[in-house]
Write a protein that binds this ligand. Structure first.
Ligand SMILES: Cc1ncc(COP(=O)(O)O)c(C=O)c1O
Length: 345
């Protein structure tokens, strides 16, 4: 085959998502931070209704969902950008603010997609090591990057970044600061309230975790109306489908459904962490729907393969800092009892 791909892209490894077994395979899936409980039943009804109008393009800016999100989170509709998952919104931030040789900085370890997106968009990645729960490192605040990604609560530890730290980053950074709040509904503090005072701050939310809608692909970005208008220039024309818009509105309108399932997950998380601690495991307090399990001498690779043999998937990251453990998504009580049984017997 002729080498038709740009050398920078040909050299890329590409993002490696956690294993997604076929729907037919019966496994306990604790590897990609999905919600073990179903979404609000109103979502399926709304999606089925929208399916009768699929011959028509959707609203380019997903207006019905923009309005529902604005009403729910107390901002103006012009302050909301809807994305095909928050992954798309992360890419849009880089495309708009770090293109043409710009730079993006983030504490590590964190969501591994940030590095891949930097490579795809041709931005220089500045990775600054940070201990779980620590204040933001000076090197990050001083990086001068065009974009800073702050994941809070952070993956894979589940530890939040304090709001005053996020505000400090926005004050000191010359560029865009993104608070990636994919997991905030499980117990984090939202930076939404900081938007009024920080025009270079953007808050990112996902429907994939707390709303149990990973399969629908929906994310929300909140920022000043001026910034949102700039970001909207670089999105695909119709980036969110009619089905997703309808499903997202229905999910927001049944907010109590989401908070109910989040509470169940948080209770299970705390119980499992306590059980493991009582057996000698050291585990950071998590504000997300997952926790980090240090596997000691066994290492994460051995433990994840042992669990896989028993039909339980957890996430192993083969990097120098993370290969000593695994990230475990919190499932139902029954799932987690099976996990504890496999770990502790
Ligand atoms: C920190 C973080 N941000 C964003 C995302 C992407 O979520 P979405 O499914 O909305 O694209 C994930 C998904 O795992 C994540 O862990």
């Amino acid at each position: 085959m002729k080498n038709v791909v740009a050398p920078r892209i040909a050299a890329l490894h590409g993002y490696v998502p956690g294993e997604q077994p076929s729907d037919a395979e019966r496994v306990i899936k604790l590897n990609t931070n999905e919600n073990p409980y179903p979404p609000s039943p109103r979502v399926a009804t709304a999606v089925a209704d929208a399916a009768s109008r699929l011959a028509l393009y959707p609203a380019p800016l997903a207006d019905p969902l923009r309005e529902a999100a604005a009403a729910r989170y107390g901002v103006d509709p012009e302050q909301v950008l809807v994305g095909n998952g928050s992954d798309e919104l992360l890419a849009i931030c880089l495309r708009a603010c770090a293109c043409d040789g710009g730079s993006v900085a983030y504490p590590v370890p964190t969501y591994s997609l940030y590095a891949t997106l930097a490579s795809i968009e041709g931005a220089r990645a500045i990775e600054v090591p940070m201990e779980p729960g620590a204040d933001l490192p000076e090197a990050l605040l001083m990086s001068g990057a065009d974009v800073i990604f702050l994941c809070s609560p952070n993956s894979p530890y589940g530890t939040p970044i304090r709001l005053n730290e996020i505000a400090r980053a926005a004050e000191r950074a010359p560029g865009l600061v993104v608070a990636d709040e994919a997991y905030v509904d499980f117990g984090g503090e939202s930076a939404l309230e900081l938007l009024v005072d920080h025009p270079n701050l953007l808050v990112l939310r996902s429907f994939s975790k707390s709303f149990s809608l990973a399969g629908l692909r929906l994310g929300l970005a909140f920022a000043s109306a001026a910034l949102i208008a700039e970001l909207a220039k670089v999105k695909d024309s119709y980036n969110v489908s009619r089905l997703a818009i309808a499903g997202g509105v229905a999910a927001l309108n049944d907010y109590e459904w989401m908070t109910g399932s989040v509470q169940k997950v948080a209770r299970t998380r705390d119980r499992v962490i306590e059980t493991l601690r009582a057996r000698g495991y050291r585990i950071e307090d998590s504000r997300a729907n997952f926790f980090w399990l240090d596997c000691g001498d066994d290492g994460g690779d051995v433990v994840s393969r042992r669990l896989r043999d028993r039909g339980i998937l957890v996430r192993f990251f083969d990097t120098p800092v993370l290969r000593s453990g695994v990230r475990v998504t919190v499932g139902t009580d029954e799932d987690m009892d099976a996990f504890l049984g496999a770990m502790l017997d």
